[in-house]
Design a protein around this ligand. Structure first.
Ligand code: F3S
Length: 391
């Protein structure tokens, strides 16, 4: 990979040990994927935050770094609500390690909004065409597919390296040739709410790391697109998709479009997901994967209005989103549900050891059994709230 004179001097250690180490990561990545050069990034979203996932080795690695990020950089969810961790059943040992992780990132200048929906909080992170280095798979999907920016799915170290250098190697989804649709997916039924997560769950399994182009009968909202992309990123590893007439369009020279494999789906395929993962016997209900937007909080508050929960119900969101809608948070919590910030049902150890968790998210459906070793039920938002408030 070509390095400018300045990049070469960083690589040789002339700007200190931290920058040398992280430049080494970027150069190694660039060499593996045949990148020609480094390109500047507008913003970074850093994964590798939950102590459950990174452990002592990760904490040590981050703590050894010195310096400051040079572009806006924001954290992925941590392993606990940074204020209400005791209510989640998190023990003091985990909590102190988790605080140390967050403090280590903070010392490097990373903004401590632990969320997978950074685009909900800040308008200055990404515009169409911007190059980014984001990590969390649903955020990557949203950035590529809804915003029209360009990012690979970065690992924690490569994202932090990009934040400290302000650049990333130009390969993968940064290049037009990798943004061409590989599958054309026609869906011949109307979709709403959690149907988008079910559709993503099905299509991710079919296309793997492909780039699907959807032809839909219904017009998805931004929250629907968020749910669709998140589910495909988890059941497969889809980092970019298109919806005909809705999201950003494929690159102009998409000569391969004609060769894209055709997939036809209908109502039966969506219903099968609900049937395969019934909600009965769920011990707890977890909503907000990806983190709830204000509109989603509003809908959950409306569904819970005048009801009391009989099982634990978590509604996960970013702390800034919760603070922006205090009335909705109050209304949700009046039912006995908890609005959990900074974390989620997948990256927190608080879910491990439950028997069964009910979700309305295709991403949580794909991840919970493997990552938290729990059974999972999948249903619409209404049905999840029904289970949570049933006597
Ligand atoms: Fe976000 Fe956690 Fe889901 S990080 S996308 S709420 S698994």
């Amino acid at each position: 990979m070509y390095l400018s004179r300045e990049e070469e001097s960083i690589y040789q250690g002339e700007r200190g040990e931290t920058l040398r180490r992280v430049m080494e990561i970027l150069v190694a990545l660039g060499d593996i994927y045949d990148a020609e050069r480094l390109i500047p990034v507008r913003s970074v979203q850093v994964a590798g935050v939950s102590y459950k996932n990174i452990g002592d080795a990760g904490l040590e690695w981050i703590s050894d770094l010195r310096g400051n990020v040079v572009v806006p950089s924001i954290l992925n969810p941590a392993g606990m609500d940074l204020y209400r961790w005791q209510e989640m059943g998190i023990d003091e040992t985990f909590a102190s390690k988790q605080r140390a992780v967050v403090e280590a990132y903070s010392r490097l200048g990373v903004t401590i909004d632990c969320t997978c929906t950074p685009y909900e909080l800040y308008a200055n992170l990404a515009d169409p065409g911007d190059h980014l280095a984001w990590s969390e798979s649903s955020a990557v999907s949203f950035a590529n597919s809804v915003i029209g920016a360009r990012t690979n799915r970065e690992g924690g170290p490569s994202a932090l390296a990009a934040a400290l250098i302000g650049k990333t190697p130009a390969f993968g989804y940064h290049l037009d040739e990798n943004r061409v649709p590989t599958h054309r997916v026609a869906v011949d039924c109307e979709l709403k709410g959690s149907d988008y997560g079910a559709l993503g769950f099905v299509v991710g399994r079919m296309v793997g790391d492909g780039v699907p182009l959807f032809y839909l009968k219904s017009h998805p909202s931004k929250d629907d697109l968020k749910a669709l992309g998140a589910a495909m990123a988890a059941s497969g590893s889809v980092a970019l998709y298109y919806v005909d007439g809705v999201a950003p369009t494929p690159p102009a020279y998409d000569v391969k479009r004609k060769e894209a494999e055709k997939i036809d789906l209908g109502r039966d395929d969506i219903e099968q997901v609900y049937k395969d993962y019934p909600l009965e016997d769920a011990e707890m209900i977890a909503m907000g994967c990806p983190h709830c937007s204000g509109q989603e909080l509003q809908r959950i508050a409306m569904l819970l209005s005048g009801k009391k929960v009989s099982r634990e119900l978590w509604v996960c969101t970013a702390r800034k989103t919760a603070r922006a809608f205090p009335d909705l948070v109050e209304e949700i919590e009046r039912s006995g549900a908890k609005v959990i910030c900074d974390t989620c049902m997948v990256v927190s150890p608080a879910t491990d050891g439950r028997t069964k968790v009910a979700v309305s998210s295709g991403k949580a459906l794909a991840y919970l059994p493997g990552l938290c070793r729990v059974k999972v039920g999948f249903g619409t938002e209404e049905k999840c709230i029904d289970v949570a408030t049933r006597d």
